[in-house]
Design a protein around this ligand. Structure first.
Ligand SMILES: Cc1cc2nc3c(=O)[nH]c(=O)nc-3n(C[C@H](O)[C@H](O)[C@H](O)COP(=O)(O)OP(=O)(O)OC[C@H]3O[C@@H](n4cnc5c(N)ncnc54)[C@H](O)[C@@H]3O)c2cc1C
Length: 339
């Protein structure tokens, strides 16, 4: 028997397993490779079972437990199922990706099992006593916490975009178990009426997809306004370094780094940011980094995917003017009657 039985509740979008679920599975597979562990996926049955099995197996899943019946995508109903089943099967841990749905589900599972939920872990491993350990930041990202699983089952979610998707070395054909349950009698306590896209101006920078980050090299409060203008044009959010915060250009909740927040945007544009270690430890989850700095030897360039050497206020002003001119041209083209 496997020493460690890990469950991953898989999430779909348009019947496809979403990337955050695969990030989580890849990381758990990496962790269990040197141990006697078993990675099991729990999923809703849909029309793409063959495709789902293939994708899950490719990333290290050994067994898939499918729920079928009237579940919809209801986190409430699935959580009830997962919690019930776990009382029988006794997994060491139950994981979900740190999406809104994943957090909902994991919180409900934890509540049903009367164990704590550890959301947004950024690292996972075993300590010298072979205990499962997860790491996450707490108190507004100011403290790195190490959490040792003492409960009968650990329930946790990942910090999004923290782990890489990797294929398993030796994918196996997963053993399929199907559980059919008609959960329709369960009354749904909540209902999603509509989804409203977060306003980039107010969204927590931890959840922002696009971040424009200003540092001391922006020179003045007036120049820092350019960061806001670029953010508006790109639908992004504003953040800054500690120097930017010390100068009062940003508030503490928009500071990235050791004493600020850890961010993981799809795109980050840093402007006049040196790239000190205390700052870069907060932006390691960034997918694409464009850095603008006047000094070609600035440390930030070591992390950058695109390096722009030059005066940040001038480059941002050029960008704003060109983007506005392009938008104006487009509006005029759109106004012209069809020939
Ligand atoms: C315990 C501790 C915790 C810390 N925590 C944090 C933290 O959470 N977050 C954080 O940010 N810092 C933190 N710091 C501070 C950190 O060490 C750096 O001092 C800080 O990140 C520097 O900010 P900066 O790059 O904006 O400014 P600067 O160090 O002033 O660098 C400005 C950069 O802009 C460039 N530049 C100058 N003029 C221009 C121009 N016209 N155009 C383009 N580029 C230009 C310069 O070449 C330089 O690289 C911490 C320090 C300590 C000791």
């Amino acid at each position: 028997m496997a020493d460690k039985l890990f469950w991953v509740v898989v999430e779909y979008e348009d019947d496809q397993v979403i990337e955050p679920s695969l990030e989580l599975i890849s990381e758990l597979y990496r962790l269990l490779q040197k141990r006697r562990g078993k990675l099991v996926a729990l999923a809703l049955k849909n029309d793409q079972v063959a495709q789902t099995n293939k994708v899950l197996a490719e990333h290290g899943i050994e067994q898939v437990i499918y729920f079928s019946g009237d579940c919809g995508k209801s986190a409430y109903k699935i959580a009830a199922n997962v919690a019930d089943l776990s009382k029988r099967e006794k997994p060491a841990a139950i994981f979900a990706a740190g999406t809104i749905w994943g957090h909902d589900l994991a919180a409900l599972v934890a509540a049903k099992l009367r164990v704590p939920l550890f959301p947004n872990f950024v690292e996972i491993g075993f300590d010298e006593q072979n205990r499962l350990v997860v790491y996450r930041t707490i108190l507004n990202n100011t403290i790195d916490a190490k959490i040792i699983a003492r409960e009968k089952v650990l329930v946790a979610t990942t910090q999004l975009e923290q782990f890489n998707i990797k294929k398993a070395k030796l994918p196996k054909v997963p053993n399929i178990v199907e559980i059919t349950k008609d959960l329709s009698p369960l009354e749904e306590p909540t209902r999603i009426i509509t989804k409203i896209k977060a306003d980039p101006k107010t969204v927590d920078i931890v959840n922002a997809d696009i971040l424009i980050v200003g540092g001391g090299g922006m020179g003045s409060r007036d120049n820092f306004q350019l960061i806001h203008e670029v953010a508006d044009l790109l639908g992004g959010s504003v953040a800054g370094t500690r120097v930017a915060r010390d100068k009062g250009w940003i508030t503490l909740d928009r500071q990235i780094g050791q004493t600020g927040k850890k961010v993981s945007p799809k795109l980050l544009i840093s402007c006049g940011v040196s790239g000190a270690m205390q700052l870069t430890m907060g932006l390691k989850g960034t997918r694409n980094l464009i850095a603008i700095n006047i000094d070609k030897n600035a440390p930030i360039f070591q992390l950058a995917d695109l390096k722009i050497v030059g005066d940040a206020p001038t480059i941002l002003t050029d960008f704003i003017n060109k983007a506005k001119a392009l938008a104006k041209n487009r509006k005029e083209i759109d106004k012209q009657p069809d020939q």
